[in-house]
Design a protein around this ligand. Structure first.
Ligand SMILES: [Mg+2]
Length: 271
């Protein structure tokens, strides 16, 4: 059995939201404060929007790997603004890999330990570059679970495309599961690559949470979640072939401990 994992929103909280981007926004924003007379807050928001827009522009123009190259995105935005600030995003990630800025999700370590003990092959499939993700996983003590840690710059493509998933496959697997929280990348993409998607949704309403992980995807309440999650993607229009109705997962879990239940059930199913 092979289980692949998305990282952000599943195993780890990375330091971009709380550490890296706030520093970059503030530094580049200083130029907007000086040149355009914006309030620091407003300048910072404007810079973040430019960063997001640049990532989106790259996705839409087919530069899929470049859309996750934060060093280059930040450089381009800095130049546009005319900021003298220079950043080494990898070094910023490393600087912010402290308990105030990064964390692992509940049951991450215990679940991975149990899966590894069961002999399940574990791999990472993330759209974050290795240099940004590896320090976080090392910092959280989770890196050693994964021999294969597949990232966009290694394979020249990103989720939701099948090739990044296929890079984890070595030989035959009786079962392939992918665990992730972004519906287009991790559910639609994984299914197309031949993996059974396990969708992580932390805020399941009680009515759905009371169902079993393989029953949840078929409950009526889930349609709203699928639609909402689809629309909240940075750029759903980058994947014109993706339709909400094709994003139904095989399993839904609210925390990682439930993954063990899923694995037991999935094993029975193929036995
Ligand atoms: Mg994620």
């Amino acid at each position: 059995m092979l289980i692949t994992f998305d990282l952000d929103g599943v195993l780890q909280v990375n330091p971009f939201g709380r550490g890296v981007f706030p520093e970059v926004r503030k530094e580049i924003g200083k130029t907007l404060v000086a040149k355009e007379g914006l309030e620091p807050e407003e300048a910072s928001r404007k810079v973040m929007k430019m960063i997001r827009d640049e990532a989106k522009r790259r996705l839409l123009s087919g530069d899929h790997v470049g859309a996750y190259d934060w060093d280059d995105i930040v450089r381009v935005v800095g130049e546009k603004v005319g900021s003298p600030a220079r950043f080494d995003v990898e070094q910023l990630v490393i600087k912010y890999c402290t308990p105030d800025y990064i964390s692992s999700y509940p049951y991450a370590e215990s679940t991975l330990t149990q899966l590894a003990d069961m002999g399940v092959r574990l791999a990472v499939v993330t759209n974050g570059f290795y240099k940004y993700q590896n320090p976080v996983m090392e910092g959280l003590g989770l890196r050693h679970f994964f021999e294969d840690f597949i990232t966009p710059e290694m394979v020249g493509t990103v989720k939701p495309y099948a090739a990044i998933y296929h890079a984890t496959i070595k030989g035959e697997h009786s079962l392939k599961l992918h665990v992730g929280d972004t519906i287009i990348h991790d559910v639609w993409g994984a299914a197309r690559a031949g993996f059974e998607p396990v969708w992580v949704v932390h805020d399941l309403p009680d009515k759905v949470a009371n169902l079993l992980p393989w029953e949840r995807p078929h409950s009526r309440e889930i349609e709203v979640f699928m639609e909402k999650s689809f629309q909240s993607d940075l750029s759903p229009e980058a994947y014109p072939e993706a339709k909400v109705e094709d994003c139904r997962p095989v399993y839904m879990i609210k925390d990682l401990a439930e993954l063990l239940t899923v694995v037991e059930y999935a094993k029975e199913k193929v036995a």
